[in-house]
Design a protein around this ligand. Structure first.
Ligand code: HH2
Length: 279
């Protein structure tokens, strides 16, 4: 899929599968598995072979309670991995909130910025996306990873997340990012209880009504374990697929997941049913 296909997905309804590559020692479900550059390169290839339309590469865990990773350390972790990911052929997104890290990744061939602070951590990020003419993902988070799960509260979670995303999209547009290059994400698990996550997934259509492609990232997250009783994140694949299908039926089109093959197969079946049901 090209970047244009990805950005057109709300119109075409083609599901876009984003495969996760965490080059970290401490991510919540796969920390340490791909910390070694050679293993990370192998995983990038596997995600692409499994049908990933985007490879999302990150060098900082944002799991609840995590500490920040410096610019230098993120770049050190990414140096050998990014060229290998880019060589797989799918567009690469860089999951960081620091503009020097994003700049390094874009220079190495990344094509999308995945910004979980929606441009609040480092104001230079929005200008960077504008000047490099790349799509940017703006995600909602309440608080910071360090404290975000300490009693998150909303009056109306869907309305508040929608308003936040609209305001951050306006900030990106003011910094020079064209509206056609903005993707929004409710930030499943980032300062949200089980009920908040379910309301946001159920309310995807309200988020999609902003007019931007909607990305959701429920993959292996704790709320799935809370519902299913699966404590091991690797056992949350079926729950992840169900969450993505529910969001897809309500207008989300981009899905950030660890288990690409499982979601690709599910989406192939769901799409075929949708298509063949049309008269
Ligand atoms: N979730 C995580 C990281 N980056 N980016 C977007 N746009 N949306 C998400 O929901 C999202 C994200 C957290 O998941 P993971 O990468 O598996 O874990 P960790 O942050 O511990 O590396």
């Amino acid at each position: 899929m090209t970047l244009d296909d990805i950005l057109a997905s709300p119109r075409t309804r083609r599901p876009v599968v984003m495969g996760i590559l965490n080059v970290t020692p401490d991510s919540f479900s796969d920390g340490g598995e791909f910390f070694d550059a050679r293993q990370a390169a192998r995983q990038a290839r596997r995600l692409a072979d499994d049908g990933a339309d985007i490879l999302d590469v990150g060098a900082e865990s944002t799991r609840p309670g995590s500490e920040r990773v410096s610019t230098d350390e993120q770049i050190r972790r990414l140096r050998d991995v990014l060229p290998a990911a880019v060589a797989c052929g799918a567009p690469v997104s860089i999951d960081t909130t620091l503009s020097p890290v994003a700049r390094f990744a874009l220079d190495a061939g990344a094509a999308i910025v995945n910004e979980v602070s929606a441009g609040r951590d480092d104001p230079a990020m929005l200008e960077l996306a504008a000047s490099r003419k790349v799509p940017i993902i703006l995600m909602h988070m309440l608080g910071e990873p360090k404290d975000m799960q300490a009693r998150p509260r909303y009056e109306n979670v869907v309305a508040e997340v929608r308003a936040f995303l609209a305001a951050r999209a306006d900030a990106a547009i003011a910094a020079g990012v064209p509206r056609e290059r903005i993707i929004v994400d409710p930030g499943i698990g980032f300062g949200k209880t089980l009920e908040h996550n379910l309301a946001l997934l159920a309310g995807t259509a309200e988020l999609a009504s902003l007019g931007f492609p909607v990305l959701v990232g429920p993959s292996r997250k704790r709320f799935i374990g809370e519902l299913t009783g699966q404590d091991d994140p690797h056992q949350r694949v079926a729950g992840t697929v169900a969450a993505c299908l529910a969001a897809w039926s309500r207008g989300a089109t981009i899905f950030r997941v660890h288990d690409v093959r499982a979601l690709r197969d599910a989406m192939t079946v769901a799409e075929a049913i949708g298509r063949d049901a049309e008269p």
